[in-house]
Design a protein around this ligand. Structure first.
Ligand SMILES: [Fe+2]
Ligand SMILES: [Fe+2]
Length: 231
């Protein structure tokens, strides 16, 4: 059975054991943009018990042992980029326009009862409006620069730096969304649309975290010392 390195950062744990991503997300640990901390350090911030979290991670690894999740580190750069575009950019381009009217409806109907819903709506709009140009920039500039036969070091450096900055802003918005929803919970009085919204936001967070992890910790480190900064 695979063993966890207890001194590894949470980003490194997910890079080596992709199944760990689910456990970290469940506990609100951002393993992407703030993944450069150990499990005990992450637990301090979230007031979690590190021994219990290690046990949960080990159980997830054991359950994954029979049919392990494919590790994206094994993919070529071209295949990794194709996967990011097909799976994660494709998902966002469908999910964001799908969630937007549900979000607007819940904020309008239930806003008077829960003031956080207006803040949630604002954070969701900020997230959606920043992700659109971010995906385009990656597809039109960054990814072609990385795939070039002879990558232009200056262009790669600039675009990777820009990518990290965008991801930090996205990570902050995700943290706000999680906080405004109390960890994606539906109150007792919440209607079925409210419940659907919480499920969609939970899935959105999970997908973005995996997506950003692939870009920050699997793709970018392939392109030199600069790109390893956030790994
Ligand atoms: Fe992306
Ligand atoms: Fe990105």
């Amino acid at each position: 059975m695979p063993q966890l390195d207890h001194s590894a950062t949470v980003a490194r744990i997910v890079t080596e054991h992709p199944v760990a991503a689910r456990v970290f997300q469940k506990h609100g640990i951002d393993y992407c943009c703030h993944g450069n901390v150990t499990v005990p350090e992450a637990c301090l911030e979230g007031r979690l018990d590190p021994e219990a979290l290690f046990a949960e991670l080990q159980a997830a690894l054991a359950a994954d042992d029979a049919r392990p999740e494919e590790n994206p580190r094994a993919l070529s750069t071209a295949a990794l980029i194709a996967r990011i575009i097909d799976r994660h950019h494709g998902y966002l381009r469908q999910a964001l326009p799908y969630i937007a009217p549900i979000m607007a409806k819940v904020a309008k109907v239930h806003g008077p009862r829960n003031a956080n819903l207006q803040h949630l709506h604002d954070a969701f709009r900020d997230l959606a409006s920043s992700l659109g140009p971010h995906l385009d920039e990656e597809e039109e500039v960054l990814f072609p620069a990385l795939m070039a036969r002879q990558p232009d070091a200056r262009l790669v450096e600039r675009e990777v730096e820009r990518m990290y900055e965008d991801h930090l802003a996205v990570g902050d918005l995700l943290a706000r969304i999680r906080a405004f929803t109390g960890g994606f919970t539906t109150p007792e009085w919440g209607c079925s649309t409210y419940r659907v919204l919480m499920g969609e936001l939970d899935a959105l967070e999970a997908d973005i975290l995996r997506h950003v992890h692939l870009e920050n910790h699997v793709l970018a480190p392939r392109f030199g010392a600069l790109a390893t900064r956030a790994a």
